[in-house]
Design a protein around this ligand. Structure first.
Ligand code: CP
Length: 318
C-alpha cells in the first residue's frame, strides 16, 4: 500500500465528514504502527515527551477516556483527566472559562466529551491547543468511527465491496452519524434499520437504504453495527417496551444467521445485553467488540501523534 502523504499537524479532529479519504488512510497506517508498540513488553516511546494532554469529560466514559489516557501515556505525554462532576464545572463555570483555564496550563491538546452537539467545535474556536472531539451529543464521535474503520480493514475487508448495516437508535447515536459519513465516503453500501421513531426523518439524504425490518437489513451483510439504545438521551415512549424492542429490533443468533457467515459484528459499547444485542451475539466468534476497544487505543495514539507532531518518525516503533 502506498504511504499516505496527508498531514493532520495541528488539526482539530471534530468529525469524519471534514476529513478526506487520504487523511483516514494516514490514520489507519499510523495506527498499524501504534498497534505494534502496544504489543511490546514495554509499551512506551518518547514521541510525545514534553507534551501535555487534558481529557475534559462532561459525560461518563470508560472506553474513550481510558484509551486516550493510555494512548497519551504510551507515547510519553503527560495526561490529566478532568470530569465535570468533580471539577469547577459543578460550581457553575461555563465551558468557555473552563477551556481557557486548561489552556492557560500550557496543554497541547484538549480531548473533550460533551452532551451538546457543537461543543467540541466551539472549544476549537476558543482554544489554541488541538481539540479532539471524544463525542458531542448526538452529533459525532470521530475516534469511534476511525477505530471501527481500522477494525474492519484489519479483517481484510474492502469498503467498496461491503454491505454494511447499522441497527437501532440512529436518531440519538453520534456513532451512527459518524460511521454513515465515513462508510458512504469510502464507497460502501450502507443500510439502516430501527424503529421509525428512532430514525432521523432525513436519513435517506445521507445516502443509506432504510429498512423497516431488521431481517431485510441483515440479509447478506458483511458488517453489522449494533447501536446502544441511548436511554440517557431519549424522551420516553419512542418504543413500546424493552421486551418488545428486543423481540423486533434486537439482534440475536437467529437473526444474525441472515448475514454473511464471516460477518463482523460491531457495537460501540457499553452493551445493553438482552436489549439491542443478545448475550450470545455479544460473545460470538463474529463479535469484534473487544477488538474495537483494543484498536481504540492504537487509533487514539495515531491521532495524538499526528496532530501533535505532524507525524515525524515514530521512535522505536518496531
Ligand atoms: N464507545 C464509547 O464511546 O464508549 P465509552 O462511553 O465507554 O467511552
Amino acid at each position: 500500500m502506498a504511504k499516505a502523504t496527508a498531514s493532520l499537524s495541528g488539526r482539530d479532529i471534530l468529525d469524519l465528514d471534514s476529513m478526506t479519504v487520504e487523511e483516514y488512510e494516514l490514520v489507519m497506517q499510523t495506527a498499524t504502527e501504534m498497534k505494534k508498540i502496544m504489543k511490546r513488553d514495554i509499551k512506551k516511546v518518547p514521541s510525545l515527551r514534553g507534551k501535555s494532554i487534558i481529557n475534559l469529560f462532561y459525560e461518563n466514559s470508560t472506553r474513550t477516556r481510558t484509551s486516550f489516557e493510555l494512548a497519551g501515556k504510551y507515547l510519553g505525554a503527560d495526561v490529566v483527566n478532568i470530569t465535570a462532576s468533580s471539577s469547577s464545572v459543578a460550581k457553575g463555570e461555563c465551558l468557555r472559562d473552563t477551556i481557557l483555564t486548561v489552556q492557560s496550563m500550557a496543554c497541547d491538546a484538549i480531548v473533550m466529551r460533551h452532551p451538546l452537539e457543537g461543543a467540541a467545535a466551539y472549544a476549537a474556536k476558543v482554544a489554541t491547543p488541538v481539540v479532539i472531539n471524544a463525542g458531542d451529543g448526538a452529533h459525532a464521535h470521530p475516534t469511534q468511527g476511525l477505530l471501527d474503520m481500522f477494525t474492519i480493514r484489519e479483517q481484510g475487508k474492502n469498503f467498496k465491496d461491503l454491505k454494511m448495516t447499522i441497527i437501532g437508535d440512529v436518531l440519538y447515536s453520534r456513532v451512527a452519524r459518524t460511521n454513515i459519513a465515513a462508510w458512504t465516503k469510502l464507497g460502501a453500501d450502507v443500510h439502516v434499520a430501527g424503529p421509525m421513531t428512532l430514525l432521523p426523518r432525513d436519513i435517506e439524504a445521507l445516502g443509506v437504504t432504510v429498512h423497516k425490518r431488521v431481517e431485510e437489513a441483515l440479509e447478506g451483510a458483511d458488517v453489522v453495527d449494533i447501536l446502544r439504545i441511548q436511554l440517557e438521551r431519549q424522551q420516553k415512549g419512542l418504543f413500546p417496551t424493552p421486551r418488545e424492542y428486543a423481540r423486533i429490533f434486537g439482534v440475536n443468533e437467529e437473526k444474525l444467521k441472515l448475514a454473511k457467515p464471516d460477518v463482523t459484528v460491531l457495537h460501540p459499547g457499553p452493551m445493553n445485553r438482552g436489549l439491542e444485542i443478545s448475550w450470545e451475539v455479544g460473545y460470538c466468534d463474529n463479535a469484534a467488540i473487544r477488538t474495537e476497544v483494543q484498536n481504540g487505543v492504537a487509533v487514539r495514539m495515531a491521532l495524538l501523534f499526528l496532530t501533535l507532531t505532524g507525524g515525524k518518525q515514530i521512535e522505536n516503533a518496531n
